[in-house]
Write a protein that binds this ligand. Sequence first.
Ligand code: ADP
Ligand code: ZN
Ligand code: ZN
Length: 817
Amino acid sequence: MNYFINVILPIPLEQSFTYAITQAEADFLKPGMRVSIPFGKSKIYTGLVESIHQNAPLVYEAKQIHQILDDMPLVTSVQLKHWQWISKYYMCTVGEVMRAALPSAFILESETVISKNSKVQINDEDLKDDEFIIYEALHHQSSLKIQDLMSILDKKNVLPVIKRLLEKEVINVQEEIYEKYKPKLVRYVKIATAHTSEKALQELMESLSRAPKQRDVIMTLFSVSAQTKKPVKVSELIEESGSSSAIIKTLINKEILEEYHIQTDRVQYEGDDNEASKRLNEHQELALNEVAQSFENQNITLLHGVTSSGKTELYVKLIESQLSNGKQVLYLLPEIALTTQLVERLQNYFGEKVAVFHSKYSSHERVEVWNNVLNNSHKAQIVLGARSSVLLPFQNLGLVIVDEEHESSYKQFDPAPRYHARDASIVLASLFEAKTLLGSATPSLESYFNAQQGKYGLVELKHRYNNVLMPDIELVDIKDKHKRKRMTGHFSDRLILEMQETLKDGHQIILFQNRRGFSPIVECNTCGHSPQCPNCDVSLTFHQYRNQLRCHYCGYNSAMHKNCEACRSVELDSKGFGTEQVEQEAKLLFPDHNVARMDLDTTRGKYGYEKIITALEQQEIDILVGTQMLTKGLDFRNVKLVGIMNADNMLNFPDFRAHERSYQLMAQVSGRAGRTKERGKVLIQTYNPFHRILQQVSTNNFKQMFDEQMDERHTYKYPPIYRMIKITLKHKDYQKVNIGADWYAKSLRTVFGKHVLGPEFPPVARIRNQYLKHILVKIPQKQSLGKTKEAIIKINNSFLSIKDFRAVRVILNVDNY
Ligand code: ADP
Ligand code: ZN
Ligand code: ZN
């Protein structure tokens, strides 16, 4: 008898590959185990067993495997089913899904680069001979390819050794290592409660009459807090009063001063007592009951709860009930919202049952989470993770929560699999017969439409927690303000006035501008020329801080020009404005306040993002200028005013989702204002205050926005009424892309007729020297999705078989966002 296995390789192959195994191996192997296998002339790969059978391949002779790498399946049968679904639905290979799913340490191949793990102390005696040889080699060379190790060890079969070394944490597979950020604790002081009454205070001052230095400190504390209306830092108090930390310490010891940290949401989990979850208010309680009821006959429920309505606390209750039934919970968040803020909030309730899964985690950490989830360990009862956590090996999933379900970053853009984590998680849940809760203050049209159609349950939460009112949103007509000369730079007199008031009361401000840099277009006043990226068809953005012109598509940069490249004129003007310019103007307008900026440029470095959030929480920043990074579910206590600098460029973006997106962005960023006690204020500056979307944002009228946008989607046949597949052709030769796209579109039209749009160049038609052209296929609801994809794949295969087109890259994007 001959035995074979079908193996999934982590590369884009249409089919799995068949390898020969012995009978003993056949008895031992199970689907989901890894094997080390030869491929091509000299490559080795880690492959995953898909099935075990006795059918020899017809067209090639099956090679033998090198070795079995696991004792137990690493990937579950549910996962294999899920991967199949993703591959079929999103038109990619299972190998591509496997590569996205498995931490790189699990899929070693000849090209993998390894290096020494300098964080771990190694005892030579703990290493077997072959392990030691590799360990030694890494002393002489900082990194080695696995291919190199084959010659060092003089054998082909090296993956098992590498695997052992990884398990002993002797080596790392090369990648960016991400360290967790621990905020620095800032010390604050206040007068101890025992002394705050007027009488007690008087007595205190008298008692200090013979300790003038201590008295000074107290006096300074009063004057500083009266002036700034903000918590007073120990460092500030020492400086202002000219005293020393010893004096402050004495006052603390005498219990005159009280020391504290602003850390309400950030208590580090210490490993013992968990905090009890909060008591829900009546609205939350009602909503929770409605969710439970909805789950009785629906698998998917949409929770539409306004910003700061306490959705997170409601999730906490649902999680508690799942845990008490011994089920695992997946809590999905957009990558950027996965901050310490939320992680710690959940750890306070659930302690070490929370596992965090993040693309920035090191391979060791990801492997650890993987194993904990696979073993259904108590350390991974709740997985809090970004997009790729839908690919983890759950055993006993009971509930999926998709927070901020409208977020477009749930869709993977590049490379394949181009999956949508929300939709993939719904399918995952269904494989477990588990429930899915989608949550958002601004649901996607897709989900709200599904709820309306009865496909999803719908629960609404309309009150903010503590009955804080929704922010008061005011539209400022900047066309009129310009006419009346009431603008200072990009700030209207209204905005400046509100900012002054806010700062006077010691509150904080967020200013939103969805472009980074100083100004997106530099233009010559004489001849109209504007500097372009040499690699992309797009204008370069001026970044004043570095005096550079930068391309936001490919990263190209050059020094800012002194003269026009075309006519040498010195009259260069900049058009439009980005966060950098807003920051600069705010600093000039409010020189006595701290202004900071949060965008891709300021958050790139290690902890960049977390540092800014911490500084804002600790009230070291008065005015924060930022891009849409600001909108992602952050909970700041003291932000009272939000200014949207210019609503128009979002609204005019050439995309059928531009209006929906603008609504979501503006409503979300507005939601950062006034989250406790006092009502927040939002000012939206615009040239077009009568725009429907702005009217709807300012009256918080989601339903009207939904109805009007759905009308348009009906009329123009866009999602969620029609489905869409976007086909992108890419090549460095303009003509090739053009001719190829015409051929492709023509073939599609013979099948789909008028439902094919394009080919068309996108607004930026060349990126990194590659020309792009898009074709859209719209799919009416009644048309079979499966058959549509089959037809497209057929056309795609004929396309790629034409010699001239073979070099053209084709990207298929299902449900493109
Ligand atoms: P959302 O996710 O809907 O924007 P959050 O869950 O972040 O809202 O809640 C907003 C704020 O209200 C948070 O600071 C949270 O701690 C607080 N909060 C919500 N529900 C309760 C409750 N039942 N008891 C006490 N505080 C609550
Ligand atoms: Zn010029
Ligand atoms: Zn470029």
